[in-house]
Design a protein around this ligand. Structure first.
Ligand code: SF4
Length: 291
């Protein structure tokens, strides 16, 4: 196995075998993201990927699931990704789930037939960072896609039969755009109809482009209390049927899990309970030690 570090995967893929099919991210411009800034994007050679799959099988012959890193493996040519998927399924015939990250920018223009081929060859779920459903925020953070692109990409995924798990980045609009971030993210998610809606919280670190905006005061970071209020507003405005809502990332303040719409009142009540305890240190201002 040859990993080019750092290697990232969604928290729910913690028990998966990770195979790097691509290195880095072909977009690599998001102002809040520093995950792949040190890597130049490339697709690894198919033979090299196959060798890694076989090497992994010698030490872990029966993984429950496989995650194809790095940041946007969906951007691979369909034929190449099909060959990788075929090899995964051949070497691990009992694998339960195969997944990768996939941005709307790399799906919106794809033919549904191509996505259907990926599904037929064993791609089960794609993790897509919506981050915000608000066009002004998406433009400000250089996401490279607008709300309509996300809706178009989601429709194609649904038609192809690939599950979609999407992330909303709490706090991404800062204090100035809290309300528009929450309301427009809910509005876009209502149009996207993803299978999973996952919350992560904005954490800006030195080296991230937005960290400079934070330092200069141009970007005002939300407090923990504001993040909770924003998440509540997002939930309140969600009108999706059958999606799971999860706050399952280490960056988050409150663990929330439920199915929409039936668990919405219980999740909102959990946020209200947390907000009713002003002494809760998690709800205070956030501190960045290196500022
Ligand atoms: S957030 Fe995703 S699309 Fe944006 S730079 Fe990071 S990995 Fe690439």
């Amino acid at each position: 196995m040859r990993y080019e570090e750092p290697v990232f995967r969604p928290p729910c893929e913690a028990g998966s075998l990770i195979i790097q099919a691509t290195i880095g991210c072909p977009h690599n411009q998001c102002a809040f993201c520093g995950m792949y800034k040190m890597k130049k994007y490339r697709v690894r050679g198919i033979e090299e990927i196959k060798e890694d799959i076989e090497a992994a099988a010698r030490v872990w012959p029966d993984p429950p699931s496989v995650f194809l890193a790095d940041g946007n493996t969906i951007a691979m040519r369909t034929d190449d990704l099909v060959r990788v998927l075929d090899h995964v399924r051949e070497v691990f015939p009992r694998v339960g789930r195969v997944s990768c990250y996939g941005g709307a920018r790399f799906i919106r223009g794809r033919k549904v037939e191509d996505l259907k081929r990926l599904a037929e060859h064993g791609l089960d779920i794609v993790y897509m960072g919506l981050e915000s459903g608000d066009d002004e925020i998406l433009l400000a953070v250089r996401k490279g896609a607008c709300a309509d692109d996300y809706v178009r990409a989601s429709e194609k995924m649904r038609e192809a039969g690939i599950e979609l798990s999407t992330y909303v980045l709490a706090g991404l609009g800062g204090r100035d755009r809290m309300r528009q971030h929450a309301v427009n993210s809910a509005r876009t998610l209502n149009r996207m109809k993803p299978d999973y809606i996952r919350i992560r919280t904005l954490v800006l670190m030195p080296g991230f482009p937005m960290f400079e905006q934070l330092k200069s005061g141009e970007f005002q970071e939300c407090t923990g209390r504001e993040i909770a209020l924003e998440t509540r507003l997002l939930l309140e405005n969600l009108e999706v049927e059958g999606a799971r809502f999860l706050s399952d990332h280490i960056s988050n303040y409150l663990p929330l899990y439920g199915r929409l719409p039936e668990d919405k009142p219980a999740m909102m009540a959990a946020i209200d309970q947390a907000l009713a305890r002003p002494e809760n240190p998690l709800l205070g201002p956030r501190t960045i030690t290196s500022l």
